[in-house]
Design a binder for this molecule. Structure first.
Ligand code: NAD
Ligand code: UDP
Ligand code: UDP
Length: 344
């Protein structure tokens, strides 16, 4: 096995990341796996800004160096190209474990190997690392663990309705296994863990062509292509702006509760309503085209965030109509930048 060694000593080694009361907080050493991705790169920005040292571990499967390039040259930032499926030796205080190709296009293309290896072996390795150095470990799980839910909105105590042999099951079941591993390391090895169940999130730096609905609609409207609504468009999702998620993840990591916690925006939209918001934001004349829906598509999804409100003092602040223009600004630059590159 190839192992990446971190040679510098940990100057602020602080098992579990606990800050003794009354002491001024020193910068922590934090690993963010998947830190070159959409959510990870926004999390890294926040951690660097508050004075921590951050090591991003990413194999660039769906992430991009451009997302973190603005930290190059900062001595508190380090980027390691590494696949979490391989063991990794580092000395750190906290591990945010985000590595996992999140986009449906990628998981339908090559589901089993990539998904299971990353979710199962990758999570096992990061838990092994957390156990060895006494670091606190946060898993970014997903609302997909509820499957096509029979309970609405979804509360953390709901066990879900997942098809174990369906086309989406590599993702659902992969994350469910990751949650199980996380709790087993917590109970069996005393690792301090946190579990976030993230609901659909959007914002700048999302992959442009990853097939998720918000990125598809925004890119299509900008390119003057029809918005592709799958099925009858009456299925619902609840869309969270990325800065709200990052705030929730940090509160969860720093707080005293294991979770799982739903992190999502309870504002619920049908895909037709979402298409309308995109039309209002980008192009009122954008056309809508209906396409067949994918198998096992959850009919509705909306988080119950009572637990996060009460135990983390967290709730989302950015409504879809406020957040979408911020994403559109970023997509505009990237979509038209791409076209310039393509024509040159
Ligand atoms: P993303 O694809 O932008 O980021 C994932 C990152 O992990 C990428 O940079 C990718 O290169 C990296 N990665 C993938 N496999 C890896 C491996 N084996 N080793 C090292 N790095 C690897 O996705 P995102 O939206 O930023 O998602 C981040 C996390 O949040 C994921 O765990 C995802 O399951 C979870 N999540 C996201 C959403 C959402 O709506 N964005 C919803 C639910 C859960
Ligand atoms: N691991 C790692 N980095 C570490 C410690 C462990 O990548 O610093 C990996 C290790 O290779 C193993 C996994 O984490 O595959 C689980 O480790 P653990 O110690 O729990 O299990 P064991 O090695 O005893 O099977
Ligand atoms: N969807 C759609 N048009 C698209 C992409 C997706 O109507 O171009 C629908 C999809 O069928 C699903 C919803 O949007 O009902 C959310 O899909 P996404 O892949 O973004 O997230 P997830 O299904 O993982 O919640």
């Amino acid at each position: 096995h190839r192992v990446a060694f971190e040679t510098q000593p940990s100057y602020s080694f602080n098992p579990g990341g606990k800050i003794p009361l009354g002491l001024k907080r020193k910068g922590l050493r934090i690993v963010v796996t998947g830190g070159a991705g959409f959510v990870g790169s926004h999390l890294v920005d926040r951690l660097i800004k508050r004075g921590d040292s951050v090591i991003v571990v990413d194999n660039f499967f769906t992430g991009r160096k451009e997302n973190v390039m603005h930290h190059f040259g900062n001595p508190r930032f380090e980027l390691i190209r590494h696949d979490v499926v391989e063991p990794l030796l580092l000395e750190v205080d906290q591990i945010y474990h985000l590595a996992c190709p999140a986009s449906p296009v990628h998981y339908k293309f090559n589901p089993c190997v990539v998904w299971h290896k990353t979710n199962v072996v990758g999570t096992l390795n990061m838990l092994g690392l957390a156990k060895r150095v006494g670091a606190r470990f946060l898993l970014t799980s997903t609302s997909e663990v509820y499957g096509d839910p029979l309970q609405h909105p979804q509360v953390e105590t709901y066990w879900g309705n997942v098809n174990p042999i369906g086309v989406r099951s590599c993702y659902d079941e992969g994350k469910r296994t990751a949650e199980t591993l996380t709790m087993d390391y917590h109970r069996g090895a005393g690792v301090e863990v946190r579990i976030a169940r993230i609901f659909n999130t959007y914002g700048p730096r999302m992959c442009i062509d990853d097939g998720r609905v918000v990125s598809n609609f925004v890119a299509q409207a900008l390119r003057k292509e029809p918005l592709t609504v799958y099925g009858d468009g009456k299925q619902t999702r609840s869309f969270q702006y990325v800065s709200d998620l990052v705030e929730g993840l940090i509160r969860l990591m720093e707080g005293e509760h294991v979770g799982p916690f739903n992190l999502g925006n309870p504002g619920e939209f049908t895909m037709l309503e979402l298409a309308k918001v995109v039309q209002e934001t980008i192009d009122p004349n954008a056309r809508i085209e209906f396409r067949p829906n994918t198998e096992d598509d959850p009919h509705k999804r909306k988080p119950d965030i009572t637990r996060a409100k009460e135990m983390l003092g967290w709730e989302p602040k950015v409504a879809l109509r406020q957040g979408l223009p911020l994403m559109v600004k970023d997509f505009r630059t990237r979509v038209f930048g791409d076209q310039k590159e393509a024509s040159s």
